[in-house]
Design a protein around this ligand. Sequence first.
Ligand code: GUN
Ligand code: FE
Length: 430
Amino acid sequence: MTETFALKGNICYSESKTRIKTVHGYAVCSGGISRGVYESLPEEFSAVPVYDFGDSLIIPAMVDLHIHAPQYAFRGTGMDYELMQWLCNAAFPEEERYADEEYARRAYSVFAGGLRRGATGRACIFATVHRRATEILMEEMEKSGVVSRVGKVNMDRGAPQGILESAQESADETVHWLEDVKGRFSRTAPILTPRFLPGCTDELMHRLGTIREKYDLPVQSHLSENPEEIELVGKLFPQADFYGDGYDMYGMFGDRETHGGSVRTIMAHCVWSDEREVKRLYENGVFVAHCPGSNLNLSSGIAPVRKYLDAGIRVGLGTDVAAGHSDSLFRTMTDAIQVSKMYWRYVDKGAAPLRFEEAFWMATRGGGEFFGRVGGFDTGYAFDALVIDDTSLRSPRELPVPERLERAVYLSLDITGGIKAKFVAGSRLF
Ligand code: GUN
Ligand code: FE
């Protein structure tokens, strides 16, 4: 991809966690990479094609650090449970269906189509335990234009037979899958996905740790989401000092420095992480996927995100569909701000509520860092962009750009037809 072009409009992106830069001007892309933002086009770009989006807002496409593709089919239902009951009554029965490849193709094409239309430019996705269905999901994601990491789920206990494998089978199928997908995709890559510790025996964790080392894979899983879950982990992994230590024991909790790069770890939720776990999250450079919509629906609690941001822990946002009922990252930003206010009011007066700028940073740069230089328009960043037409939000007076952006997010323009164009790594999706 060598095409050079510029987008013209109101360009907005995070300069830091607390500042959003806005420029009425041009964002230049060359070969899929940002070449900077300018009020007027510099001489060297004077001949490039310009897509003029007038008064529209142009922001980085967003990053969903945590979403379950097979659960997309039942989102918006089954909201009367806590985590463990919800898994048994809502998630597991649906996930059993993905043994059927035809169903998987149908469901995953709906899922990928949904992500393509929305604000998500990049995503880290759970599939199910089924190897073939996971490959189908990767094919559908590749077609969507959204860049993703997709994981075949590993689970060898605590679920119906239809979605359980033995530790040996689970490891063998994972290797089979990794070999199958090698070199097949340009936007889609695998990620190791032990479901959560209650679903994985020591033997499976040990085997997955070995696979991670051999294939240099990033890891995604769940951590300290629900009190009952944490108590169960204490019983099942008495050798671990705390929940996160159980992953760390098997080399699946943090960056694994490799030749010339590093492969990363995402842990969803971290609602109930204790001091030792928080310290380890920081030391190991683990990404926390904050999923406020999910935490509300499953009554999981409120993650202390202010504390994580202040401690320098890497934090991005996750929709966690279908525990989160919406795949809208605008909605997730709004949820993050709102629950932080309840945390401040009810839990800790020292934890200042999140500001809009911080939620925007988490949805773009915070999660983007998982994928490298992603989430901004600074020179050298991947060129991921959304063009937002907010004219449907009528106003009796002219609003400044920062207020227009805040309104576009709070009023969920990403799922109400506000996204007029979308670019990922310089490719235009629509
Ligand atoms: N923990 C283990 N599996 C899941 C899941 O599918 N969703 C959520 N929210 N938590 C989990
Ligand atoms: Fe999840």
